[in-house]
Design a binder for this molecule. Structure first.
Ligand code: SF4
Length: 372
C-alpha cells in the first residue's frame, strides 16, 4: 500500500455513523443555540483557567446543587438510584439551600445547575433558590424529570432560569411507565408545553437517553417535543457504555429522521458519542483538573469533587452543615482528597476533554511554540 491509497481509503464517510454525522454537521451550523453542549465552552473562561494554571486556588465559577436526593420516579437505569432509597432521600434544609445561594453569589459564581441526586423539583424551594440565584446575576439551569414542574412554578422558572431541560425518553405513556415506573407522561408533556409558552428568556428543551427499550420511539418523541413549542431536543447515549451494533444502527436511523425537524424554532442536538460509539479513554493528564472547576453540593450537605463522584465517599471534600463553602474550598480536607485521587479508579469521565484542555494550558512548555 502506498501513501496515496491511505489518503483515499480514509477520506469521506466510511460508516453509517460518519454518514449521519456529516448530515448532522450541516444541521449543526443552523442551530439557533449553537455549541449548547460543547466542552469547548470552557475556553470562554480564560481568566479562570489562567488563575488555576498559575497555581492559585480560585473558587469555581460554576457549581451543581442537588436540592433533593428523593425522586418520584424509579428508573432502573438511573446512576444515582441508591440515593433515592428510603435510607437516603435527603432534602437540603430550606435555610441552608438559600444561604448556599447567598454564599455562591458572594463568591462570584456565574452559573448553578440544579440537578440530582434525586429529582431537584422534589424540593419545594428549588424555584425560590433559582429566583434568588438570578437576583445575584447567576445563570441557573434545571435538569428535571418534569413531572413536578407545576403550573405555580412555570412563570417564575421561565423568567429566572437560564434553561430548563426535561429528561424525557419516551413518546408514549406506556413506554414512559415501563422506564420510569410512574404513570405521569401526559402531565409531563402538559408541563413542558405550558412552561415553553410562558414569557421569559429561559430556554426549554428535553434530553433523550437512547437505549434498547426506547430506541424505536426517538423520532416520535422528537416530534412530540417539537409540537410542545420547546426550543430543542438533545439526543444522547450513555457515556462510556458501548452500544451494540444493532442499537447504534437503529439509533442512527432514528437520528437521521429527526434531523429533518431542525428549523428556525427547533434545534436538534446530537451528542458525538452516538456517531462514534467511543468508549476508549486513557487519562494521561497529571491530575484531575476538573475537580477545581465544578464541585457538587449534595442534599446531604456533602460537597463532592465532581458529578461522577456523587455516590463515592472518597469524593467528599467537606460538608456545608459544618463549614462555609469558602472554608471547604481552602481546607486541608479538600487538599488531601485531591492529592489522594487516583485517576485510574475514576469512571469513564464526561469531562475528559476539559481535563485535556486544562492540562495543556497548565503544562504546555515547548521550544517549538511557534509551530502549530
Ligand atoms: S470522574 Fe475523576 S477525572 Fe472525571 S472529573 Fe471526576 S474526579 Fe475528575
Amino acid at each position: 500500500m502506498i501513501n496515496e491509497d491511505v489518503a483515499v481509503l480514509t477520506s469521506g464517510a466510511r460508516s453509517i455513523g460518519e454518514e449521519v454525522g456529516y448530515k448532522y454537521a450541516e444541521i449543526e451550523k443552523r442551530h439557533k443555540y449553537r455549541f449548547l453542549f460543547d466542552p469547548l465552552r470552557l475556553l470562554e473562561n480564560q481568566d479562570f483557567i489562567t488563575s488555576y494554571a498559575m497555581g492559585e486556588n480560585p473558587f469555581p465559577k460554576s457549581v451543581e446543587i442537588d436540592p433533593s436526593n428523593a425522586c418520584n420516579h424509579n428508573c432502573s437505569f438511573c446512576i444515582y438510584h441508591s440515593m433515592h432509597s428510603k435510607e437516603r432521600s435527603e432534602t437540603m434544609q430550606r435555610s441552608r439551600l438559600l444561604e448556599t445561594i447567598d454564599e455562591l453569589g458572594e463568591l462570584g459564581v456565574k452559573s448553578i445547575l440544579f440537578v440530582g441526586g434525586g429529582e431537584p423539583m422534589a424540593h419545594p424551594d428549588t424555584t425560590a433558590a433559582i429566583e434568588r440565584a438570578h437576583s445575584y446575576g447567576i445563570s441557573a439551569g434545571l435538569v428535571t424529570n418534569g413531572s413536578l414542574v407545576k403550573p405555580k412554578f412555570q412563570a417564575k422558572l421561565k423568567k429566572h432560569a437560564a434553561y430548563v431541560r426535561f429528561s424525557l425518553d419516551a413518546a408514549s405513556p406506556e413506554l414512559h411507565l415501563k422506564l420510569h415506573q410512574k404513570d405521569d407522561h401526559p402531565r409531563i408533556i402538559d408541563n413542558l408545553r405550558n412552561l415553553a409558552a410562558q414569557d421569559g428568556p429561559c430556554t426549554v428543551g428535553t434530553g433523550f437517553f437512547i437505549n434498547e427499550d426506547n430506541v424505536h420511539e426517538v423520532q416520535a418523541c422528537a416530534e412530540l417535543v417539537k409540537s410542545t413549542g420547546a426550543n430543542y431536543i438533545q439526543l444522547k447515549s450513555y457515556s462510556g457504555v458501548p452500544m451494540s451494533t444493532e442499537l447504534q444502527n437503529e439509533a442512527l436511523k432514528q437520528v437521521e429522521r429527526v434531523l429533518d425537524l431542525q428549523d428556525d424554532d427547533f434545534d436538534v442536538h446530537v451528542m458525538d458519542r452516538i456517531f462514534a460509539n467511543e468508549t476508549h479513554q486513557v487519562r494521561g493528564y497529571t491530575k484531575c483538573h476538573w475537580q477545581a472547576f465544578k464541585p457538587i453540593i449534595n442534599a446531604d450537605g456533602n460537597v463532592y469533587l465532581c458529578a461522577q463522584k456523587r455516590t463515592n465517599n472518597n469524593g467528599v471534600i467537606g460538608n456545608i452543615y459544618e463549614k462555609s463553602l469558602k472554608e471547604i474550598w481552602e481546607s486541608d480536607e479538600r487538599r488531601k482528597v485531591v492529592e489522594e485521587l487516583n485517576l485510574y479508579s475514576c469512571p469513564y469521565c464526561v469531562h475528559h476533554q476539559q481535563n485535556q484542555m486544562i492540562e495543556f494550558f497548565s503544562s504546555f512548555v515547548s521550544k517549538h511554540k511557534g509551530f502549530f
